[in-house]
Design a protein around this ligand. Structure first.
Ligand SMILES: Nc1ncnc2c1ncn2[C@@H]1O[C@H](COP(=O)(O)OP(=O)(O)O)[C@@H](O)[C@H]1O
Ligand SMILES: [Mg+2]
Length: 430
C-alpha cells in the first residue's frame, strides 16, 4: 500500500517544498519580517492555510528563503534579510488573560518551538538544527538536554514570583543577549502565536504585545477571523505596527488548487498519476480550500491502492465520491453532520439547502461564504420544509456544533463556521 501522506497531508505544512502558491502572501511576509517594527497578523477562515503560512514565516525568519525563491520572488528578498531565532506557540481557550498567555510562554517546554528552551542556564544543552529537510541556511536552536537540575533558569534570567510579565521580559532579554546576539548573531527573536482567536479574553492583548515588541522582539499572531479586529480586539493600539503585517489568507485561486494536486504527483515521484478530469472535479469540490483537496486526495490514493492501481481516474474518484456521499469517507465531518442534523429529516434538508446556496449571490460582500435564510426559506417551500424557525436553532447551538453563525450586519444572514463542513454537506447524500 502506498502511503498517502507522501503526497497529501491534512497536517500543517512546515516543509517549504510542499507549500503551494500564495505568492502575494509570501511577499507580504517577507516585507513584514524585514521591517524592524512590524507586527505580523495572519487571519482568514478555517482550513484556508493560515498555520501553514505561519510555519513558512518561521522558516523564512531563520534565513531560509527557498520558498520565496521557488515562488519567483528572488529579486524581492533583501540582500541581507533580517534573521531571527523563533518561538512557535499554539494557543487554547483556557488562556484567559495576557498574564496567562505570557506565563504559558515562560513555561512551555517544547524542545524545538518553546520559549523556555532558549533561556540559557547551566547544564542545559542546546544545539543547532534545521527545520526543513534541506540543510540550507537557517538553523534554529533546540534543547537536547534540560540539565540535571531540572528547569532552573535563575542563573541567567531572574524569575519574579508575583510578576509574570517582568519574568517574561527577563527571559526574553537573556535570550536576546546570549542566544540571539552572542551565539547565533541574529537580528532578533520572533514569537509566533497560532490560534490566537481562541483566547477567552482578548482584552488588552494588542497593547500588551505592543509593549513587549521592540527592535529585538517581533510578534506574529495567527487565527480565524474576517479582519484584524477579530484577532486583536484593541487593534487600534497596534495599527501603526501593522502597516506591512496584516495578512489576510483567502481561498486558493483555481490554478493554485490544481497546483496542490500537481505537487502531490511530484511528491509521489511517478507512483501516482491523477487524470486531468479528476483534478478538475477535486478542484471544483474544494472551492479553494486546500484542506479539502488534501483530504480528498488522500482518499483517492487509498482507493487507488485498494484497486492495485497507480492511476486516479474517474472510476477511482467516483468510488471515493460514493464513500463521501454515504458518510464513510470522513468520519470526523460525518460525526459533525449527524450531530447537527439530529433525527430531523427536515433539518437535514434545510442544512443542504443552506450549504448549496451558490457563492455568486454573496459576491456583494467582501468575503464569500454568506448565506441567506430567505433563499433557503423559498426553496424550502418547494421541499415542504415547514417550521424552519423550529429546526434552525439547533444549527446555531454550541451543544450541537455550532454549524452556523449569525452575521450581525444583516437580518437572516448566516455563515458556516467551518467552510470545509459546508463543502462536505454539498457532497453528502441527502
Ligand atoms: N500552501 C499550501 N499548499 C498546499 N497545501 C496547503 C497549503 N496551505 C494549506 N494547505 C493544506 O490545507 C490544510 C489546512 O492548512 P492549515 O494551515 O492547517 O489551515 P488553517 O490554519 O487556516 O486552518 C492542511 O491540510 C494543509 O496541508
Ligand atoms: Mg490553523
Amino acid at each position: 500500500m502506498l502511503d498517502p501522506e507522501v503526497g497529501f497531508t491534512s497536517d500543517v505544512i512546515t516543509d517549504p517544498n510542499r507549500f503551494v502558491g500564495r505568492k502575494d502572501l509570501i511577499r507580504s511576509c517577507i516585507q513584514a519580517l524585514n521591517s524592524p517594527n512590524s507586527l505580523i497578523a495572519i487571519y482568514g477562515k478555517r482550513g484556508v492555510g493560515k498555520s501553514s503560512l505561519l510555519r513558512q514565516v518561521q522558516q523564512m525568519a531563520l534565513g531560509d528563503y527557498t520558498l520565496a525563491t521557488n515562488a519567483g520572488l528572488h529579486h524581492e528578498i533583501p540582500s541581507k534579510p533580517r534573521q531571527y531565532l523563533t518561538v512557535f506557540y499554539t494557543c487554547d481557550s483556557l488562556i484567559d488573560s495576557g498574564e496567562t498567555l505570557v506565563s504559558r510562554l515562560c513555561n512551555d517546554q517544547d524542545d524545538i518551538d518553546g520559549l523556555l528552551r532558549l533561556v540559557p542556564h547551566e547544564g542545559k544543552e542546546i544545539i543547532e538544527f534545521n527545520r526543513a529537510k534541506e540543510a540550507s541556511a537557517g538553523a534554529d536552536l533546540k534543547v537536547v538536554n534540560w540539565g540535571t537540575k531540572g528547569i532552573e533558569t535563575s542563573k541567567y534570567a531572574r524569575v519574579i514570583e508575583s510578576d509574570i510579565i517582568q519574568t517574561f521580559r527577563n527571559f526574553v532579554s537573556a535570550i536576546v543577549r546570549h542566544q540571539v546576539k552572542n551565539r547565533m548573531n541574529r537580528d532578533g527573536l520572533l514569537i509566533l502565536l497560532d490560534e490566537f482567536d481562541v483566547l477567552a479574553n482578548k482584552n488588552g492583548l494588542g497593547s500588551l504585545i505592543k509593549s513587549l515588541s521592540s527592535k529585538d522582539i517581533k510578534f506574529g499572531v495567527c487565527g480565524i477571523g474576517q479582519d484584524l479586529a477579530d484577532l486583536i480586539e484593541d487593534h487600534a493600539s497596534v495599527e501603526r505596527l501593522l502597516e506591512q503585517g496584516a495578512i489576510h489568507v483567502k481561498t486558493m485561486p483555481t490554478p493554485e488548487a490544481f497546483g496542490v494536486l500537481n505537487k502531490a504527483e511530484e511528491l509521489f515521484e511517478g507512483k501516482i498519476e491523477i487524470t486531468e478530469d479528476v483534478k478538475l472535479k477535486i478542484v471544483e469540490a474544494s472551492q479553494g480550500y486546500p484542506y479539502f483537496i488534501q483530504m480528498i486526495g488522500k482518499s483517492c490514493v487509498n482507493k487507488a491502492s485498494q484497486n492495485s492501481s497507480s492511476r486516479i481516474d474517474s472510476e477511482v474518484f467516483d468510488q471515493v465520491l460514493e464513500d463521501i456521499r454515504s458518510g464513510i469517507a470522513f468520519p470526523t465531518l460525518e460525526t459533525t453532520y449527524q450531530r447537527a442534523v439530529g433525527n430531523s429529516e427536515n433539518r437535514q434538508i434545510l442544512l443542504h439547502l443552506l450549504a448549496e446556496q451558490p457563492e455568486k449571490k454573496t459576491l456583494f460582500y467582501e468575503d464569500v461564504g454568506r448565506i441567506f435564510l430567505k433563499n433557503a426559506r423559498r426553496d424550502a417551500e418547494d421541499f415542504n420544509v415547514d417550521y424552519i424557525d423550529q429546526i434552525l436553532p439547533r444549527l446555531l447551538d454550541r451543544k450541537f456544533g455550532p454549524i452556523l453563525r449569525r452575521i450581525p450586519e444583516g437580518q437572516g444572514v448566516y455563515e458556516f463556521i467551518n467552510p470545509v463542513f459546508r463543502l462536505y454537506v454539498n457532497l453528502r447524500k441527502l
